[in-house]
Design a protein around this ligand. Structure first.
Ligand SMILES: [Ca+2]
Length: 84
């Protein structure tokens, strides 16, 4: 008998950012919603295992938000006059 086995993709590749670090500068007076920087990562897995979504891991200041799908970081609240 011949059995045909289909191997599905497993999630064996972590996402990889296209840069090791991203740096930028931004005016303290920047408006809420201003785009700061876009990050980009790829994942070699197929299908859902290769889909990349972005989250900020640690931002106690709350100054920034990241778009889950585009990777754009933008200003979430006014920075001027705030002592960090
Ligand atoms: Ca993956």
């Amino acid at each position: 008998m011949l059995y045909r086995v289909k191997i599905g993709d497993v999630n064996d590749n972590p996402p990889v950012f296209n840069l090791p670090h991203y740096t930028t500068t931004i005016e303290e007076s920047s408006m809420v919603g201003k785009r700061v920087k876009q990050v980009y990562a790829t994942d070699r897995d197929a299908g859902d295992n290769g889909r990349v979504e972005y989250f900020l891991k640690h931002d106690p200041s709350g100054f920034f938000v990241i778009n889950q799908y585009s990777g754009w970081v933008s200003v979430a609240r006014p920075m001027s006059g705030v002592s960090a």
